[in-house]
Design a protein. Structure first.
Length: 124
């Protein structure tokens, strides 16, 4: 893992969905949708170049982050909801600090392992 703040690293090093409010019902669980959101967030966060970009990243991507939490399948929902709560905390506190703990990093790695590599990097 690099020190560059990607969603995974933010979720892992700054690391959230990625809040209880954002993870309520209303959307059907779907591994495909969940992992697509994860890949989208990873790709967008890869463009960040500094910690100063963190709050802006979460603000600009909160709809995707909330969807990520809403469609999380039951077997990954605890980690997804933890990430979503942290993302909302980043926005409300205007600080990356909520993502800077090992628990969020562990959740991010768990999500990435669950989803596997992005489709564009898989080989046959």
């Amino acid at each position: 893992m690099t020190t560059k703040p990607t969603f995974t690293v933010l979720a892992a090093a700054l690391s959230a969905a990625l809040l209880v409010a954002g993870c309520g019902g209303g959307s059907k669980s779907s591994k495909a949708d969940f992992c697509r959101d994860n890949a989208t967030l990873n790709a967008k966060s890869a463009k960040m170049t500094s910690r100063a970009d963190t709050v802006k990243f979460f603000e600009e991507n909160i709809a995707t982050i909330d969807h990520f939490g809403k469609v999380a399948p039951a077997d990954i929902a605890t980690d997804a909801k933890k990430m979503v709560r942290a993302a909302h905390d980043v926005i409300s506190k205007k600080s990356a600090a909520p993502f800077e703990n090992g628990s969020i990093a562990t959740s991010a790695r768990t999500v990435d392992k669950y989803c596997g590599p992005p489709a564009s990097t898989t080989t046959t």
